[in-house]
Write a protein that binds this ligand. Structure first.
Ligand SMILES: Nc1nc2c(c(=O)[nH]1)N[C@@H](CN(C=O)c1ccc(C(=O)N[C@@H](CCC(=O)O)C(=O)O)cc1)CN2
Ligand code: GAR
Length: 207
């Protein structure tokens, strides 16, 4: 088994705490990935500045410059990923719905972290919806990205309890701590397994 690190690009839109968890994990010589690029659709994303401070290559490709032409924006992103030599992509708080152009180009090698136990609560505002639903367990999911929103094969999940006096912010903070543990584990598992079986393996439960 080659010990070469797989070049992985990270796409983010905001704070970048999941990107930080992946970047920190990749510092370990035994971790099977190296971060080859951190790219954002928001030039002022704090996560981009964090990556610059970490000495990593960064790109900002502002979706607003492409108006309603999502495909043109994604062509620019794809070119940047190819130029950086990425072999896999991790969406880490990337808040744009991707078209089939990019999801097909990166089919089976684009991962996303989502703040719910899928298939419950796909999309946005997951913590508020979990509280409204009265679920007792909540959490996060790492999945492969497909054309459908948050529908791709699950690679890993983590669960947390929902406590009686929880607010959405308290629940989000408890889930975020698990996200930072789950994403590096799920990426390591994905990269070190035989790609043919990776998506069909038992989900990693870390909490
Ligand atoms: N084709 C796919 N695209 C994306 C997926 C996916 O599974 N398939 N995962 C998402 C991440 N995500 C939830 O995990 C998500 C991100 C964004 C949105 C959304 O409605 N975005 C709006 C814009 C919101 C904004 O700019 O703040 C939009 O794109 O119009 C829903 C779910 C990443 N993409
Ligand atoms: N639908 C995608 C989505 O909601 N992603 C969520 O956005 C946050 C980004 O935080 P971060 O920028 O600190 O990693 C994370 O909680 C992630 O699960």
């Amino acid at each position: 088994m080659s010990t070469a690190k797989t070049p992985v690009a990270i796409l983010l839109s905001g704070r970048g705490s999941n990107a930080t968890a992946l970047i920190d994990a990749a510092r370990d010589p035994a971790f099977p990935a190296r971060i080859c690029l951190v790219l954002s659709n928001k030039p002022d994303a704090p996560g981009l500045e964090m990556a610059r401070q970490a000495g990593l290559p960064t790109r900002a490709i502002d979706h607003r410059l492409f108006g309603k032409d999502r495909a043109a924006h994604e062509h620019a992103i794809h070119a940047a990923l190819e130029e950086a030599g990425a072999k896999a992509v991790c969406l880490a708080g990337y808040m744009r719905l991707l078209t089939p152009y990019l999801t097909n180009a990166w089919a089976g090698r684009m991962l996303n972290i989502h703040p719910s136990i899928l298939p419950s609560f796909p999309g946005l505002h997951t913590h508020e919806r979990a509280l409204e639903a009265g679920v007792r367990l909540h959490g996060c999911t790492v999945h492969l990205v497909t054309e459908g929103m948050d529908e791709g094969p699950i690679l890993g999940q983590a669960a947390v309890p929902v406590l009686p006096d929880d607010t959405a912010d308290m629940l989000a903070a408890r889930v975020l701590r698990q996200e930072h543990a789950l994403y590096p584990l799920a990426l390591r598992h994905f990269l070190t397994q035989n790609p043919a079986t990776a998506a069909n393996s038992a989900a990693l439960v870390v909490a």
